[in-house]
Design a protein around this ligand. Structure first.
Ligand code: PEP
Length: 247
């Protein structure tokens, strides 16, 4: 199983900035084969990015999608629209979607099911708030988010990746220590192994939360960390490339 290193650009980069980035980044990573690389630009830049990454080793992801394929859902983006742009991954249940936009496990589960039905690989994001960690609830929160986010699709585990992203570590510059991350990743691995009846060997468990070129090596050396979901440090092609080379 190859590591997956995925960029979450969030609401950053215009079309022109995306093209400039990819001019540099495609060259930097062109010889990398042992790591799967994914970028997820804004919806408006996906089309241009799709053309730029064609015939490269960079895969395209979306930061969100709706679960219906067509209809009266003003402002939403459908999985078939993403497929048309060669989008292969979709980030679902990101903490900003949960906490700023109020997405609940039930909605996230519908999106996961729809992504799978439409041949897009979901990256389900889970993670506890600081308060939940301090109350000792981390593993309970993660277990609930995984069980409800993946309800009905446990047997599709080979087509799903999971990102453990502690909310307190996202965009704060404070990453989970390798030991803190490893504890949760080990728990997630054993949980998905049980839920899928042992069919989880193709599921990567990514760590996300203030990953950078300095802490990547120590984090990736943990047994149950299979890659990264990177926000801030992925916005610079040179920094993101360095993180990839640490894997
Ligand atoms: C993210 O938003 O998924 C993320 C991990 O952000 P950052 O790397 O900036 O903490």
């Amino acid at each position: 199983m190859a590591y997956l290193v995925a960029a979450n650009w969030k609401m950053n980069k215009t079309i022109a900035q995306t093209i400039d980035y990819l001019d540099i980044f495609t060259e930097l990573v062109k010889d990398i084969q042992k790591v799967d690389i994914m970028i997820s630009p804004s919806f408006t830049a996906l089309s241009s990015a799709s053309l730029k990454v064609e015939k490269t080793n960079i895969k395209l992801g979306a930061q969100n999608m709706y679960y219906e394929t067509v209809g009266a859902f003003t402002g939403e983006i459908s999985p078939i629209m993403l497929k048309e742009l060669n989008v292969e991954y979709v980030i679902l249940g990101h903490s900003e979607r949960r906490h700023i936009f109020g997405e609940k496990d039930n909605l996230i589960n519908k999106k996961v099911q729809s992504a799978l039905e439409n041949g897009i690989r979901p990256i389900l994001c889970v993670g506890e708030t600081l308060e939940e960690r301090e109350l000792g609830k981390t593993l309970n929160v993660v277990e609930k988010q995984i069980k409800s986010g993946l309800a009905g699709v446990y047997m599709d585990m080979p087509f799903i990746d999971i990102a453990y992203e502690p909310v307190w570590a996202i965009g704060t510059g404070i990453n989970a220590t390798p030991e803190q991350a490893e504890e949760v990743h080990r728990f997630i691995r054993s949980l998905i192994n049980e839920l899928s009846k042992g069919n989880d060997s193709k599921t990567r468990i990514l760590y996300g939360g203030s990953v950078n070129e300095k802490n990547a090596r120590e984090l990736i050396s943990q047994k149950h960390i299979d890659g990264f979901l990177v926000g801030t440090a992925s916005l610079d092609p040179n920094r993101f490339y360095k993180i990839i080379t640490e894997c």
